[in-house]
Design a binder for this molecule. Structure first.
Ligand SMILES: [Zn+2]
Ligand SMILES: [Zn+2]
Length: 380
């Protein structure tokens, strides 16, 4: 590898060339040496591959920085894996348009996916039912593995005792390009010199024993939108566990919301359902019922005279807000029930007995009632 030419020299560039200059130099040289234009010219073929390799490195900001620092002898060996750069298939047409970048981006991936992300966390959090109507600002306190305060995440007692692992450049992972038949495959492995931490610590910190992370109590503030339902998850980006590697980004925190039950409403999306147990007299004579409601305006339920248990009354637009547009609200549906006194007093029993005689005389005879009921049932 000693005779390997400098990448800038290969592309005829200065060290401080811009990204656009790198690209245009590559494009014009690659056109000149493309195999389609130089059939059976082994020298051009070799040049073409050399240009591609130089471009793969210099067009990737992270790889270019490393190359600027270490040259060809960077720690960890070739960024293309043990077999070195294999060349890519790039058509002559690609060199006119801009279609060749994606061919090169496969080697290193983007810088974010290259670093080790900390673990995501999930916590469950209860909110009062009222939050499903108004929404609310809330906060919770949790213990999370965060960057150690004592050592600032270095894992070392003194600042000199920790250094970035040169093999993985602090990422804790290394990528190897291997050939499987005609396919180039990128395999990601845990870096063995630093065991995935991205750092080499000679004098470990007391607070975290060299891990660089310790449990800390953090307060997380968040907002709950009107219409939220049980099982909804809020994602708090970057509030999860710190990464095990120094360059890694923290994981995310998911807050799973549990909406507490309402004293009488059941919920069906934005609709609210309730049962209304009424006395026989209220069902027969009709009544008005007033209940406190989630929107702080009394819920008035008009029960018509002659209501039958099992019938429903719908009050439109008094349910919960739609999570997507809080101006739209669901309905309230009331199911009528008959509530009988469990142990009626003797005076009630006496009055009811008298009432029975009287009502029986006002109803059709029993057989006709049975027929009528059957024909209603068959019609519906
Ligand atoms: Zn390492
Ligand atoms: Zn520490």
């Amino acid at each position: 590898m000693a005779d390997k030419r400098d990448y800038y020299e290969v592309l005829g560039l200065e060290k401080n060339s811009s990204e656009a200059e790198v690209k245009s130099a590559f494009r014009s040289l690659a056109r000149k040496h493309h195999p389609d234009k130089n059939p059976d010219d082994t020298d051009s073929e070799r040049r073409f591959k050399e240009i591609q390799e130089a471009y793969a490195i210099l067009s990737n900001p992270q790889e270019r920085r490393k190359y600027d620092m270490f040259g060809h002898d960077r720690p960890g060996g070739s960024p293309f894996g043990s077999s070195g750069f294999q060349g890519v298939n790039i058509s002559f047409d690609d060199l006119f348009g801009g279609g060749f970048e994606s061919i090169f981006s496969q080697f290193f991936g983007d810088s974010h996916s290259n670093s080790t992300k900390g673990s995501d966390l999930l916590v469950r959090h209860s909110v009062p039912f009222q939050a499903a109507f108004h929404g609310m600002d809330d906060e919770l306190e949790i213990e999370v593995l965060k960057e150690c305060n004592e050592c600032g995440g270095t894992g070392s007692r003194n600042p000199e005792g920790s250094r970035l692992c040169p093999t993985c450049d602090g990422r804790g992972r290394i990528d190897e390009i291997s050939m499987i038949g005609p396919f180039r495959q990128r395999v990601r492995k845990e870096c063995s010199p630093c065991r995935g931490s991205g750092r080499i610590v000679s004098d470990p910190c007391n607070g975290c024993r060299g891990d660089g992370r310790s449990f800390q109590s953090i307060k997380v503030k968040f907002s709950i939108r009107p219409g939220i339902s049980t099982g909804s998850r809020l994602r708090m980006r970057g509030q999860g566990e710190a990464s095990t590697s120094m360059n890694g980004s923290p994981g995310d925190l998911y807050i799973e919301i549990d909406v507490e039950t309402h004293p009488w409403f059941e919920r069906d999306g934005t609709d609210l359902l309730m049962a209304l147990p009424l006395s026989y007299a209220d069902l027969l004579l009709g009544t008005r019922v007033e209940l406190p409601h989630v929107d702080h305006e009394a819920l008035n339920i008009k029960v018509p005279a002659g209501s039958i248990p099992g019938e429903t009354i719908t009050i439109h637009g008094r349910g919960l807000p739609n999570p997507r547009s809080s101006k739209r609200r669901g309905d309230v549906t009331v199911v009528l029930k008959l509530e009988l006194p469990k142990k009626p007093s003797s005076s009630t029993t006496k009055s009811i007995r008298a009432l029975r005689e009287q009502m029986e005389s006002e109803l059709p005879n029993l057989e006709n009632r049975v027929r009528e009921e059957a024909s209603k049932r068959r019609k519906s």
